[in-house]
Design a protein around this ligand. Structure first.
Ligand code: ZN
Length: 87
């Protein structure tokens, strides 16, 4: 179902999941030596693996979604607060 999140504090619509200790794999598509002497990499696609759940929160103000520690908690929260759409 589509998530129609609305932050109770700031009204923003983007809900995010925060993970710590993530292993990230990024394809390297280009590298360039900058004028300041540092080389800069340009990345292509990336994948994330593992990671420890930290919190569900508003992407705008960081207000945490209370009482949600897994997917099922979050589903119930969104359902109870009428934040789930049709597709
Ligand atoms: Zn917010």
């Amino acid at each position: 179902m589509k998530v129609n999140f609305k932050c109770k504090k700031c009204g923003s619509n983007i809900l995010e999941e925060v993970l710590g200790d993530v292993t990230k794999y990024s394809a390297i598509s280009a590298i360039e030596l900058l004028d300041n002497g540092y080389a800069a990499i340009e990345y292509g696609n990336s994948n994330d693996e593992n990671g420890d759940f930290i919190v569900y929160q508003c992407a705008s103000c960081g207000e945490e979604v209370d009482g949600c520690y897994n997917e099922n908690n979050l589903f119930e929260y969104l359902k109870e607060n009428n934040m789930l759409g049709e597709n």
